[in-house]
Design a protein around this ligand. Structure first.
Ligand SMILES: NC(=O)N[C@@H](CC(=O)O)C(=O)O
Ligand SMILES: [Zn+2]
Ligand SMILES: [Zn+2]
Length: 439
């Protein structure tokens, strides 16, 4: 067991204090300023590194089963570990869709076998994501996977009555519906943000109201039912306003923003490079600023990657034919540091909340797994905030290379990741597959 005893010497905690963090037998044993290294412990020089609770991604596409050419549970959780994540919630738009207890249990088991991160499957709201009838929500909730988050992500639950029924159902076991807010009629064949630039580029526009109108409807439905609602990937200033209004009214809504919507704008689409094609689309400068403000004032609860791997042939083609989506696990923390920490909008304690504690709470990981205190499971990440580097494809560990950050200078790098005391990332190197699987 001693190989799994680590002393992280001189790490800076989120609140700025410096501590030695002792990880033993899968737990955080102490965070005292001076801790002697037990015999056989691996001592990690963490001077200058920030220690955070392991990151939790509420919105990851792992693509297995069905789209293994894009990603698998193994490759996606390796990417997660490289990005500092110790738990990921796997979206349901696989093939078959994760709309039965059998599929969610399979995905969870694949995660356990791989050994790089905790995998919590998300269940589909409707059968086959078809938006017509509810999936077996109760069976998934009461399966071994104990699903608490349900989403048709990739598609919007557009039917108001189905949305109401889904909210009523998940309320019975403290679950949450994570809505992909996109009015289908307002976005038929839409390709990029609707505005002057979409006219100029000759691409079909995707209006902000297509997102905002669904969010407005759903917060009212959530209020009516008294259930929890989560909004995926907010992308417009108006969406932030609607969520802010709903929270002021006491509605149980939470919201996420992706790193890319906090950094990138529609101007990138001028290149017609489909790496910048994503759902919802990149928006205007003022939207990015409103999202950052929403994160800073607590309107936006969490940052989630929406890691969406796609094979080369789906991206290296004409804009209209290309798939929507960007990979995001390895770049998430550097983008957050660049967009939010370096700009003074949030501190490291906020990062811990936005990328770990709050997503764990919304998803009901429910086991103090990311409490980050003595006695809790050793889910820890060490970040070097002083580094700054040009992001390259060599930083990616999944099966797909569709990052928008190649060649972009980003701050910060993840050095070490510990999942339940096991070092999945060691000074920038991933643990070997065999070692992770047998621990
Ligand atoms: N975000 C994307 O552009 N794509 C996601 C679907 C989604 O998150 O809506 C995908 O599954 O590829
Ligand atoms: Zn989505
Ligand atoms: Zn998604």
């Amino acid at each position: 067991m001693s190989a799994n005893t680590h002393l992280l010497k001189g790490a800076t905690l989120p609140d700025g204090t410096v501590a030695d963090i002792l990880l033993e037998a899968g737990r955080i044993v102490s965070t005292e300023p001076r801790t002697a290294a037990p015999a056989g412990a691996v001592v990690v020089d963490a001077a200058g590194l920030v220690a955070l609770p392991g990151l939790v991604d509420l919105h990851t596409h792992l693509r297995e089963p069905g789209f293994e050419q894009s990603e698998t549970v193994l490759t996606g959780t390796r990417a997660a570990a490289a990005g500092g994540f110790t738990a990921v919630f796997a979206m349901a738009n696989t093939l078959p869709v994760a709309d039965t207890a059998g599929v969610v249990e399979q995905v969870q088991a694949l995660g356990r076998d791989a050994g790089y991160a905790t995998v919590r499957p998300i269940g589909a709201v409707t059968v086959g994501l078809a938006g017509e009838r509810l999936s077996e929500i109760g069976a998934m909730a009461h399966s071994r996977a104990a699903v608490r988050v349900f989403s048709d992500d990739g598609k919007c639950v557009h039917d108001s009555l189905l949305m109401r029924r889904a909210l009523e159902y998940v309320k019975t076991f403290d679950g949450v519906i994570a809505q992909h807010a996109q009015d289908p009629r307002l976005t038929e064949n839409a390709q990029m943000n609707e505005g002057a630039l979409s006219s100029e580029l000759g691409l079909k526009g995707w209006p902000a109201v297509a997102e905002e109108s669904i969010i407005a409807r759903d917060v009212l439905l959530a209020e009516h039912v008294g259930a929890r609602l989560h909004i995926c990937h907010l992308s417009t200033a108006g969406s932030v306003d609607v969520v802010r209004w709903a929270k002021a009214r006491g509605i149980a809504v939470t919201a996420e923003a992706t790193p890319h919507h906090l950094l990138l704008t529609e101007e990138l689409v001028r290149s017609y490079d489909a790496r910048y094609k994503v759902n919802p689309p990149l928006r205007r400068d003022e939207d990015v600023l409103a999202l950052r403000e929403g994160v800073a004032d607590g309107t936006i609860d969490i940052i989630a990657t929406d890691h969406a791997p796609h094979p080369r042939e789906s991206k290296e083609c004409e804009w209209d034919a290309a798939s929507f989506g960007m990979v995001g696990l390895e770049s998430a923390l550097p983008v957050v540091q660049t967009a939010l920490v370096d700009t003074g909008l949030v501190g490291w304690a906020d990062v811990a909340r936005l990328l770990s504690q709050k997503p764990a709470e919304i998803g009901r990981l429910n086991d103090h797994s990311h409490a980050f205190e003595p006695g809790s499971p050793a889910n820890v990440v060490l970040v070097d905030p002083a580094s700054s580097s040009v992001f390259g494809l060599d930083r990616l560990h999944g099966r797909s290379g569709n990052t928008p950050y190649e060649g972009v200078t980003l701050s910060g790098s993840v050095r070490w990741t510990f999942h339940e005391g096991f070092a999945t990332l060691r000074d920038g190197e991933l643990a070997p597959v065999g070692e992770a699987a047998v621990r």
